[in-house]
Design a protein. Structure first.
Length: 462
């Protein structure tokens, strides 16, 4: 018995104590690193703005932009692209000193602020974006803030003789076109994140970006947050239909949309159509494989039930016309077409390709013979009007609806003309208070839990 107690004591001293020491050390290490990880994650993911935010006139760059710029020519003079010495401070204008609204422009009764333009996005680089921004300022009178690499933007503005006309907000990083949603978390000081922060702080009313769609959607959702009652945002695009345009959403923001989300998309599209198209009671259609209510996927059938219940409970807020097939996308039968992001994006790209094919075939037919060229010359005015109506550059891009801010996503291959149209669209939407309109529409058409039809003892107000 004594020998057994001696063995147990020896085991506890030789094995148990070191094991407890190791466990205590590992626990302390995990607690310390976990606290630091939470701090780093909170610092990276909350969209924290740079400690020295800088918005400056295009004619003078601050020390923050110049100090991070290498000598592009390798001359060793110690000067950046703007001609400033590294570390030199000159004419720095900070957010608090700008004569812009101090409150958020997305709130009611607020004067719309400028539009923040992401100059680092797009397939053509900052040159086309800056050219389109200069045209928007000079031809359309849009107030802008160019966000991106400060010295590069300054050089481009100097080439357009626009140095000093448009303010510049320096951004330390940029999202590449091949990067996805996770890059928005890894790069909290990118140009897209800076645009979102300008909106959130009240120094911009809207933003325009031709960058990666996934990065823009993820950054906007992370920093602007969704409106109350909106589960997921949706991208709304305008289709060139007769007699008036048609709004299609979602065009790629939410790929796997639930039925409740599709019902909310109808409210988002209704508010957007009222502001952009000018229709008092837009007709809403649900994209499906047949016009019968029982056709389509399980989510589509459930969304049809929810939309029918919402239209019956609040007929003044939603005019649901039922299902619509793919051949009715360009017929103008309805004003708003609702679908999930995957189907909407495929349908949109299919229509773009079909329109390009039709235009190319028509151009080849009209220019094939002398008689055809003569007839085209006589109809050149109508042909130009048709081309402008079918050209996607005329509409600017898609609008990300459902967030606490106005976000316009231009096509990745947008040229200067498309950027100008996107800036004008963002200005008009912020002036029309699209965020507040969507908030009111969501509150008026919200269904109870589980989508049950609410019991009402009075008729809905007209």
């Amino acid at each position: 018995m004594a020998k057994l107690r001696h063995v147990k004591k020896k085991y506890i001293i030789g094995v148990g104590v070191p094991r407890l020491v190791v466990i205590a050390g590992v626990t302390a290490f995990l607690l310390f690193t976990g606290k630091k990880l939470r701090y780093d994650t909170r610092r990276r993911c909350c969209g924290r703005f740079p400690r020295r935010p800088l918005v400056q006139n295009a004619g003078c760059l601050g020390a923050a932009a110049a100090s991070r710029t290498r000598d592009p020519g390798g001359t060793g003079t110690g000067r950046g692209a703007a001609g400033l010495r590294f570390g030199e401070r000159r004419s720095i204008v900070r957010f608090a000193d700008l004569p812009w609204p101090s409150r958020s422009p997305t709130m009611p009764d607020a004067t719309p602020g400028p539009v923040a333009v992401d100059t680092m996005g797009g397939d053509h680089g900052p040159a086309e974006v800056v050219a389109g921004a200069v045209a928007a300022v000079r031809a359309e009178g849009v107030r802008l803030v160019l966000v991106g690499h400060g010295p590069t933007i300054h050089d481009l503005l100097t080439g357009h003789d626009a140095a000093g006309e448009i303010p510049i907000a320096h951004a330390e990083d940029a999202l590449a076109m091949h990067e996805g949603a996770l890059a928005s978390r890894r790069k909290p000081r990118s140009s897209i994140a800076t645009c979102c922060q300008l909106i959130r702080s009240g120094h911009a009313a809207a933003m325009v970006s031709a960058g990666t769609t996934a990065g823009v959607v993820a950054s906007a959702r992370l920093r602007l947050r969704g409106q109350q009652g909106v589960a997921r945002p949706a991208i709304a695009v305008t289709l060139p239909t007769r007699p008036r345009p048609t709004v299609l959403l979602d065009a790629g923001a939410t790929v796997d949309a639930k039925p409740e989300m599709l019902a909310q998309f109808a409210a988002l599209g209704t508010a957007y159509a009222q502001l952009t198209i000018g229709v008092e009671r837009p007709k809403v259609g649900l994209l499906s494989i047949g016009v019968e209510p029982g056709k389509g996927s399980k989510a589509t059938r459930r969304a049809h039930e929810l939309l029918t219940a919402t239209a019956a409970a609040a007929p003044a807020q939603l005019d649901f016309a039922g299902n619509i097939e793919g051949d009715g996308l360009l017929t103008g039968e309805v004003d708003v077409i609702v679908t999930d992001g995957f189907t909407g994006n495929v349908a949109l790209k299919t229509m773009e390709g079909a329109v390009r094919l039709a235009v190319a075939e028509m151009r080849g037919t009209l220019t094939a013979t002398p008689a055809g060229r003569f007839g085209a010359m006589l109809q050149r005015r109508r042909l130009r009007a048709l081309h402008a109506r079918l050209d996607s550059e005329t509409y600017g891009g898609g609008v990300l609806l459902g967030l606490n801010g106005t976000v316009v996503i231009a096509h990745g291959g947008s040229n200067a003309r498309a950027i100008t149209s996107a800036c004008v669209l963002a200005r008009d939407l912020s002036a029309g208070d699209i965020v507040e309109r969507i908030r009111e529409r969501i509150a008026a058409t919200r269904l109870p839990r589980f989508g049950r039809r609410p019991h009402t003892d009075h008729e809905p107000a007209e």
